[in-house]
Write a protein that binds this ligand. Sequence first.
Ligand code: ZN
Length: 345
Amino acid sequence: MPNIPFFDGHNDTLLKLWMAEGADKEKPFIEGMAGAHIDLPRAKAGGMVGGFFAMFPPPLKTAGPPPVGLSENLPPLLAWADAQQSTNGMASILLRLERAGALAVCRSAAELRAAIDAGTLASVFHIEGAEAIDTDFRSLDVLYAAGLRSVGLVWSRQNAFATGVPFRHNVDPDIGPGLTDAGKELVRVCNAMGVMLDMSHLNAAGFRDVAAISDKPIVATHSNVHAICPHARNLVDWQLAAIAESRGVVGLNYAVGFLRPDGLFRADTEIELMVRHVDALVEALGEDGVALGSDFDGAMMPEAIGDITGVQKLLQALLDKGYGADLVGKIALGNWLSVLERTIG
Ligand code: ZN
C-alpha cells in the first residue's frame, strides 16, 4: 500500500465521541476507539494528516414540529438551545483534544500547513447544519472565536436559514424552498468573516441562491455524482458546473448509499465504483476540483475500505487506473488546502 498523506472533507467522529458513555470523551479518540472509523492511532497509521471535524446537532428533547409541507421528507426542526447544547459539547471535545496535543484546531490554510508539517493532525472546525447560529449571528461570533471556519447551512432538515434534501433515492435534489432572508445574510456574513460554506445536504433552490450570492468558491464537502447514483444528496450536472465555474471542490463521499446506482445500503460495494465517481468528478470539475469527504463515523462504508486505515486502497486504485502521482496528491490533500486558502484565508 502507498502511504499518501490525505485530508478528509467530512467525519462525524466528534458526534460519536460526544454520544459515548463516560465522562472522559477524549480518551477514546487518543487511545483508540473500537467500533469507530477514526481515532488518533488509526489516523496516524492510515496517512490521515487532517480533516474537517463536523459537529452535527442531533435531535434532542425540545425538537419543534415538522416543516409545513415537508413532514414526510424531513426530520423535525431543531431548537436553537438544543443545537447549542450539543455543539458546545462537541466543540469542547475538539478543544480538549487540541489541549491534549492530539490535534490542532486550524484557523487558516497557513495553520493547516504548519500543523501538517509538524506531524500534528490538522482539524477544521465545521458545523453540519447552522441550527446553533441565531439569526442575529451573535453565536456565530462566539463559534468563530472558538475556531469555526466552515458552515454547512443545513443537514437534511429545515432550519432558519435553508432547507436540506431528504434521504431519498431516485429523486432530483430540487425539493423545497430556497434560502430564507436570514440564510442569504448568513452567506454574506460568512463570506466576509472567512468562513467556508458547505453545500452538502442543501437542496437545489438553496444551492442556486448561494451560487448567486457568494463571492467565494462553492464547496460540497461530502457529496457524489447524481448521474451515477441518483440520490437527492448527490450533485446534478448544473450543480457540478456551478462548482467548477466558482473553482470550488467536491469531496467524494464513501457512504455506500450515495455511491451505488441502486442506492442500497450494502457493504459489499466495490472500490471501483468510488473510482467511477472520481472519474466523473474530474471530468466535471477538472483536476483542481476533486477531493475526499469520507463521511466516516456517520455512514455505512464499503467493507473494502472499512475505516480510516483503508483510504490508501482507494488512492492505490486511482494510481492503478492511471492517475498520476501529482493528481492523486491533489485529490488526497492539495485541493482541500487550495480551496481552504481561497475561502478561510
Ligand atoms: Zn452529512
